[in-house]
Ligand binder design. Structure first.
Ligand code: NAD
Length: 471
């Protein structure tokens, strides 16, 4: 018999909405709250406001049953045993996380605690936020017997969020009391005990009834640091491989071979060793900054994180200079920009290197035809309307008459382009690939000049003999 927990998830963004749908999938009763009325209306009417594999399927399965959407935070808190906070924690001044959304939500929760509740920090927050939440609740007169605050950071990746949630590498819980830890354990029991994986219709993934999810219980401070340290370490891996890529390029080596050689070492692992335009998105940039800020506040030298950030910023300059080197001048040049999202398989454009590159190209006078399989609507809200910018309906339309094609996001669709058709569409066969989606020889065979990251550029025959070399 399923042990059902009544859960309130506050925030219906990438994390809140996925968590709400997944908790319902585990058999719990979920009230998902947002103060964005239009978003709640969309969700109630069957819409799915974010692009995420499996999310439409789960929402269709549980909407109106296991999961309901509301703007009534108070009512949802009163009806729930566990309250998950999943609102944004954007970058504030001097790199610190801006916790004003969290504080606003906690103040509102305080007014509605009518019996014992466990308040769970799901948002990514700096160490000691747990303490602060407790303090705010007490200041609002909430009886300390009536609540515990638990840290349960989220490690999902956009693009694979639902599967990551249902098949997590680990579930981390930072709890100060056994009572609170037990409630969170009950919530995740279908994954930790493995019953979910044996269920008909269970979403398939890496875990199974025989190999269920691992739950790590620790203190709130350790749990908060685990999240920041995880993101900072992944960002560090990306900056590291990008720095090696720049060196590889300077000595005519091939970063793809180097990454393969590094990744085969089990102590290093192959993940996050993809050279390219650098990391973006709503997490790594702000979390690296926030983690550095935390260290500074505590008098701990963690300048390594500043270097991680600087290398990441530099990658965009390096790419922009590659475009310049390939095209000589930019005013009036027609460029196809493939990709707007910060990475493939998501419509999220927050801190997207692609958006930044496009802005710079437009400022430099280029004409850009942009295409992204999912992020075009969101991009329109941040890229200023311009006669020099148009949105194309597909790869080949974007490439029509282009002086060069730029690959800015690692969508699968961009790794599977019909190169013959692409060559027919463009004015000049030049591809500048910020995501290393092709092998240089393959591009050369299709008549393209191909410039990528951490590999020698290849020039096609019309511009001289086919050869390898550095631009
Ligand atoms: P998001 O911006 O997509 O969603 C936040 C939601 O909270 C929005 O819908 C907003 O309307 C709502 N909200 C804000 N204030 C509210 C209030 N007072 N009452 C009700 N709703 C309110 O953010 P996200 O990407 O889901 O990230 C949420 C948190 O999770 C952040 O701390 C982030 O760092 C962390 N996180 C994000 C990811 C990711 O991949 N996006 C992964 C792991 C952790």
């Amino acid at each position: 018999m399923q042990d059902q927990v009544s859960i309130c998830v506050i925030g219906s963004g990438y994390v809140g909405l996925v968590a709400a749908a997944c908790f319902a999938e585990m058999g719990h009763r979920v009230l998902c709250v947002d103060n964005d009325e239009a978003r709640v209306k969309t969700l109630r009417e069957g819409g799915v406001p974010i692009y995420e594999d499996h999310l439409p399927e789960l929402l269709a399965r549980h909407r109106g049953g296991g999961v309901e959407f509301t703007t009534d935070l108070g009512g949802a808190v009163e009806a729930s045993e566990a309250i998950f906070i999943a609102v944004g924690t954007p970058q504030g001044d001097a790199g610190a996380a801006d916790l004003s959304f969290v504080e606003a939500v906690v103040s509102e929760i305080a007014r509605h605690i009518n019996n014992y509740k466990v308040i769970v920090e799901k948002s990514t927050v700096p160490v000691y936020t747990n303490e602060w939440i407790q303090r705010v609740l007490r200041r609002h007169g909430v009886d300390p017997q009536n609540f515990d605050v638990v840290s349960n950071p989220e490690f999902l990746r956009e693009g694979t969020a639902v599967i990551d949630f249902m098949h997590p590498d680990r579930i981390v819980v930072g709890a100060g009391t056994e009572r609170a830890a037990n409630l969170v354990r009950r919530i995740y029991e279908p994954l930790v005990g493995g019953s979910y994986y044996g269920q008909p219709g269970a979403l398939p993934g890496a875990l199974s009834a025989a190999r269920p999810a691992k739950l790590l219980i620790t203190s709130a401070q350790s749990s908060e640091l685990i999240k920041h340290a995880s993101n900072a370490f992944l960002a560090l891996k990306i900056s590291f491989i990008n720095a090696v890529a720049n060196l590889a390029e300077a000595v005519d080596a091939d970063i793809e071979d180097i990454a393969a050689g590094l990744g085969l070492d089990r102590r290093i692992g192959p993940g996050f060793l993809h050279a390219g335009l650098g990391y973006g998105g709503s997490c790594f940039p702000k979390d690296v900054a926030a983690f550095h800020w935390v260290a500074q506040q505590r008098g701990v030298n963690f300048e390594l994180l500043q270097e991680v950030r600087k290398i990441n910023e530099k990658q965009k300059d390096i790419f922009f200079n590659k475009v310049l080197s390939a095209l000589w001048t930019l005013p009036g040049k027609r460029l196809a920009a493939l990709g707007l999202a910060f990475k493939g398989n998501t419509d999220d454009i927050r801190e997207s290197p692609a958006i930044e590159i496009i802005k710079r190209l437009l400022e430099a006078g280029a004409m850009v035809a942009a295409y992204d399989p999912a992020a075009m609507e969101r991009a329109k809200s941040v890229l200023p309307p311009s006669a020099k910018l148009r949105y194309a309906a597909g790869v080949y339309e974007a490439a029509k008459g282009a002086d060069a094609v730029l690959i800015l996001t690692d969508w699968k669709e961009f790794a599977e382009i019909d190169l013959v058709r692409l060559n027919d569409a463009v004015r000049f066969p030049i591809v500048i690939d910020g995501r290393n989606l092709y092998k240089p020889q393959q591009m050369l065979d299709h008549g393209f000049t191909y410039v990528s990251v951490g590999r020698p550029a290849s020039y096609q025959a019309q511009q001289g003999k086919p050869r390898s070399g550095v631009l």
